[in-house]
Design a protein around this ligand. Structure first.
Ligand SMILES: [Mg+2]
Length: 261
């Protein structure tokens, strides 16, 4: 699964000694979404605080598509998390630059309401999107993620990848994924921290999109047994996490212990 990028010299959790930054997935690691603001996963609020007080850089990397960054961070604040907006990276932040390149340099991509002219499609609004590009020869399809499902407090829910696949089939096109596991997304977060892939660790509950995506970039990837985690993930045929931990709190314990903090 990994590219030829420089790899960390040691495995998990020894690699924590040479880390410069940690990237956290949010849903399923910090909290489970659901009615109202959802529920914080036990120990995660304190774990984030401990990372913030350490010498490691910290970023939050989410495929969240249902709220603006401001509203999303405010929701997490109500759950008890102390997160600054600029450290949270949703895929929508990259949308304009990526689609601008694909659309011939325009930095003002047309959203669903005006897509007949530009031929682009945004998810999730599959019915509305399809009704627009249906008459075009080669519509451009961008998706802010490709997750199959995610965990809410009352069970698993279908994620945006399901609708992306439906539109790929209906329109006979291949979507360009802007969020995780896109390397562009991970590299933008690394660039923001100013560190190399082998100096960063990704912690997520999605084996393929969090862990596999980060590993493809040359980062280490650790999976938590919270959120959408399933025991079968530990026998996945193509993606193997560098480590698996019970929850974020345990991951932070191991990281900080290795670093003597
Ligand atoms: Mg997640």
């Amino acid at each position: 699964m990994r590219s030829g990028a420089v790899m960390a010299a040691t495995g998990w959790p020894d690699c924590a000694r040479s880390l410069k930054g940690v990237v956290l997935d949010m849903c399923g690691v910090l909290y489970d979404s659901g009615a109202g603001d959802g529920e914080a996963i036990p120990g995660s609020i304190e774990a984030v605080q401990r990372l913030k007080q350490s010498d490691l850089q910290l970023r939050f990397c989410t495929n969240e598509t249902q709220a603006s960054r401001e509203r999303f961070v405010a929701k997490l604040g109500r759950l008890g998390f102390d997160i600054r907006q600029r450290t949270a990276a949703p895929p929508a932040g990259l949308r304009r630059s990526v689609t601008g390149v694909r659309l011939g340099g325009s930095d003002e991509p047309k959203l669903c309401g005006d897509r007949r002219r530009s031929g682009e499609v945004f998810l999730p609004e599959p019915e509305r999107c399809f009704s627009g590009p249906g008459g075009l020869d080669k519509p451009l399809l961008f998706s802010l993620g490709q997750g199959k499902y995610y965990k809410e407090t009352d069970g698993l829910k279908l994620d945006v990848g399901v609708y992306m696949k439906a539109l790929e089939y209906a329109c006979d096109v291949k979507a360009e994924v802007i969020g995780k596991p896109s390397q562009t997304f991970f590299q933008s977060v690394l660039g923001d921290m100013g560190i190399q892939p082998h100096e960063a660790l990704m912690i997520g509950d999605d084996l393929v999109n969090d862990v596999g995506g980060a590993q493809s970039c040359g980062m280490m990837g650790v999976q938590v047994r919270t959120g959408k985690y399933r025991p079968s993930d530990e026998k996945h045929p193509s993606v193997k996490a560098d480590g698996t931990v019970d929850n974020l709190s345990q991951a932070v314990d191991l990281i900080l212990h290795q670093r003597g903090q």
